[in-house]
Design a binder for this molecule. Structure first.
Ligand code: ZN
Length: 138
């Protein structure tokens, strides 16, 4: 069995943002040489997510507004976690949007439905953060 590990680094210039990382993941699969197997993609930070959905800007705006209603950033002092930091909402947003995805690799490609794309979701940006990609298979 082959295995290949890579870290993808991101620095989102705003507090929150979504980045389509599908091509980065496919490139990592290409580098691995794996034709049949699985790829795990996970955020290595507890205030960021990796998830699969549609690459549609309206939807991303809807996500952002929905998450802000569920766990608003302000008022910062409304959270017990926010002693010396201000990112309690980001921990909660990450919990809802998830830590990781696992995807099938078939004939060397991500075996996806028509509209499936992989996203990095940032909820406490303006600093360097990373995503782990682990490819296993033959
Ligand atoms: Zn925190």
């Amino acid at each position: 069995m082959k295995s290949h590990r890579k870290e993808l680094w991101f620095e989102v210039p705003t507090r929150r943002g979504f980045i389509n990382i599908t091509s980065d993941v496919q490139r990592t699969i290409d580098e691995s040489g794996v034709k049949e197997g699985l790829v795990l993609v996970n955020a290595m930070h507890i205030t960021a997510s990796v998830f699969i959905n549609d690459d549609e800007p309206g939807l991303h705006q809807d996500y952002d507004e929905w998450l802000e209603r569920l766990a608003p950033h302000e008022p910062v002092d409304g959270y017990r976690h926010n002693v010396g930091e201000d990112n309690a909402d980001a921990h909660m947003k990450r919990q809802i949007m998830g830590r990781e995805v696992v995807c099938a690799i078939t004939e060397g490609r991500l075996d996806f439905g028509t509209w499936e794309r992989i996203f990095y979701g940032e909820f406490d940006g303006r600093r360097k953060k990373r995503v782990l990609v682990k490819v296993i298979g033959e």
